[in-house]
Design a protein around this ligand. Structure first.
Ligand code: COA
Length: 195
């Protein structure tokens, strides 16, 4: 094994990284970030993308973009199954965190898929539970079940959404809310990178 952690040098490398994560994460039809989106970002600054290679083969990648001026959003992260549990995912995130500092970001955020939740906790990311109901003006229904620790709420775009501060990743709470409200739920993670 000859593993290197690098940012792409060319559009082709961005394309290889995108294809790689797309294959592993099995993007849905309505995946919000396209290859062209990341090529634009790469042209702005290659440090938004970090790739793990074994020789010339892509074996891991993380792709990010601006959530806002201060916050970097991790869009996709994946490591080839044969290379997992070797610390490569950790190296990709640590390199992206260094890049984020250079890009003048103060925070990194992401929405995690279930199996990766522990991975982000171990790397020092704080979870918050995102709850979404279809339909406007349904915030009260959510608040009947969970009224404390709501840190953000929004309705009006066809959905009613809240973000709740939780005590770690509480799978029981998530299951309860999802089932009782028939809601879409996901843990969002964030980490301050400048003290
Ligand atoms: C999530 C993912 C990127 C992690 O990549 P990885 O390279 O396996 O990550 P690491 O090796 O750094 O850490 C993974 C685990 O291996 C363990 N580990 C790391 N180095 C190790 C070593 N040398 N020996 C044994 N275990 C090790 C870590 O403790 C970690 O445990 P945890 O996840 O239970 O906390 C990878 O599992 C993946 O691609 N999953 C599918 C796609 C996905 O879920 N992406 C995230 C979407 S949000």
């Amino acid at each position: 094994m000859n593993i290197s952690i690098v940012s792409p040098n060319s559009k082709t490398e961005v394309q290889d990284a995108y294809k790689f994560v797309k294959n592993i994460l099995k993007f849905s039809e309505d995946h919000p970030r396209s290859l062209d989106f990341y090529i634009n970002i790469f042209q702005k600054d290659p440090r938004y993308v970090v790739i793990a290679k074994d020789g010339n083969e892509v074996i891991g990648a993380v792709l990010s973009s601006d959530e806002n001026e201060d916050t970097l959003l991790i869009g996709e992260l994946a490591v080839n199954e044969k290379y997992r549990k070797l610390g490569i995912g950790t190296s990709l995130i640590q390199q992206l965190e260094k890049n984020a500092v250079k890009l003048n970001k103060k925070e990194i955020s992401l929405g995690a898929q279930g199996p990766a939740e522990n991975f982000y906790i171990r790397l020092g990311y704080t979870p918050r539970l995102f709850i979404q109901l279809s339909g406007n003006n349904r915030l009260d229904e959510i608040k009947k079940h969970i009224s404390d620790n709501i840190v953000w709420e929004n309705t009006g775009d066809g959905f009613s959404k809240v973000i709740v501060e939780t005590n770690g990743v509480d799978k029981e709470l998530q299951k309860n809310i999802s089932e009782k409200l028939n809601a879409h739920t996901q843990y969002l993670f964030s980490k301050q990178i400048i003290l």
